[in-house]
Design a protein around this ligand. Structure first.
Ligand SMILES: [Zn+2]
Length: 362
């Protein structure tokens, strides 16, 4: 989850979106944006976002039809794997995009993805999938892109940002980033592994290509995803749909409020038709319901896809007012996370990628 862009927008949304564990500490947020680096990044971001692009229209399926193929994949999802990977991932001191440990975290992730591909290859004999870093010239942390080629270049993207930030001390402060966004990063890793257990997907037989993205530098203003989707637009890449996963593990406030555990479907800065399709995926494949909620600003990487002309959707861990208070600080630890909630998100990821991956007429 990115900070809201402007101070006025922050004033309006900070209390709701990012209440801090430390009383009064939110007053320090504006100083962050006065730092030269942050100001430069923000200017870059604003410039990139000033050019709106009409989002291409895809026709998404009316119904969910691949239950028979998807169900066995869902049983591959492991809350224990999600938890242990997240535990390891949160040990990096910070995943700040300009830090050495932020660079190392992206390298760790790339190796995890490669090892998932290697395991699938050992099982199936051969897989068409591959993973590579997406290098950003202006900072040390790479993004990571895994591709499962299909029979066409029409591409379905699932994404999550891999960086973290300590808002009070960006370059050196401890930032475990368990929920924001270790949870989303490990959620889609689980989804990726489960999809590769399908022989048709692993064999490249799906009509469409499926990509998994882990974005650098989201916290600095969606910089990694902006670079990737701007490049895709320039290259004429045919991205039919993008699903963003940012914060997938915190449920305590939902439960404390007496509400049932749910998936928060974001309704602003997203594609309406794709969002309607995602709700069908949730109804078909998840054990908990969807609830509509709003970010109020271009709060995460789905906005980069949408604003470069690619339809996107975003599903977060809860109603926005029930998301984690601990993000962007030292308290965003694995103890606050529900691995089984991450798996509900992962079920959605697998259902989304499979159903759209096998929709020839997108
Ligand atoms: Zn964040």
């Amino acid at each position: 989850m990115k900070f809201s862009l402007t101070l006025s927008a922050m004033a309006a949304s900070t209390a709701a979106l990012h209440p801090r564990a430390t009383p009064g500490s939110h007053r320090r947020q504006p100083t962050l944006h006065r730092r030269a680096g942050a100001r430069r990044d923000q200017a870059h971001y604003q410039e990139a976002y000033s050019q709106r692009v009409a989002v291409r229209k895809s026709v998404f399926p009316d119904t969910i039809i691949h239950q028979e193929s998807v169900s066995p994949l869902l049983s591959q999802l492991s809350a224990e794997d999600a938890r242990s990977n997240l535990e390891e991932y949160t040990r990096f001191h910070t995943r700040y995009y300009k830090s050495q440990t932020g660079k190392q975290a992206a390298e760790w992730l790339l190796l995890k993805v490669q090892s998932a591909i290697d395991s699938a290859a050992a099982r199936h004999g051969r897989v068409a999938a591959s993973v590579k870093p997406f290098v950003h010239p202006n900072w040390v942390q790479t993004s990571v892109i895994a591709t499962i080629p299909g029979r066409s270049g029409k591409t379905i993207v699932v994404g999550a940002h891999l960086d973290s930030v300590n808002q009070f001390s960006q370059s050196s402060g401890r930032s475990p980033g368990a929920d924001d966004n270790g949870s989303g990063s490990m959620t889609i890793l689980e989804g990726f592994k489960a999809l590769l257990s399908d022989p048709a997907i692993a064999g490249g037989e799906a009509p469409n290509t499926i990509e998994f993205h882990w974005y650098a530098a989201e916290e600095a203003g969606l910089l990694g995803s902006q670079a990737i989707f701007a490049a895709y637009k320039k290259e004429g890449r045919d991205v039919k749909a993008m699903l963003n996963q940012d914060m997938t593990g915190y449920i305590q406030k939902t439960l404390s409020s007496g509400k049932p555990e749910s998936l928060g479907v974001i309704t602003d800065n997203v594609d309406k038709d794709l969002t309607a399709f995602v709700k069908k995926v949730i109804a078909a494949y998840c054990s908990i319901p969807a609830v509509d909620t709003r970010c109020g600003y271009a709060c995460s990487d789905h906005a980069s896809a949408n604003k470069n002309g690619f339809p996107s959707a975003f599903v977060i861990e809860a109603l926005m007012e029930h998301t984690s208070n601990f993000i962007h600080g030292t308290g965003d630890t694995i103890e606050t996370i529900s691995p089984s909630h991450m798996i509900e998100h992962a079920k959605m990821v697998v259902g989304f990628a499979y159903e759209l991956g096998f929709t020839a007429r997108l």
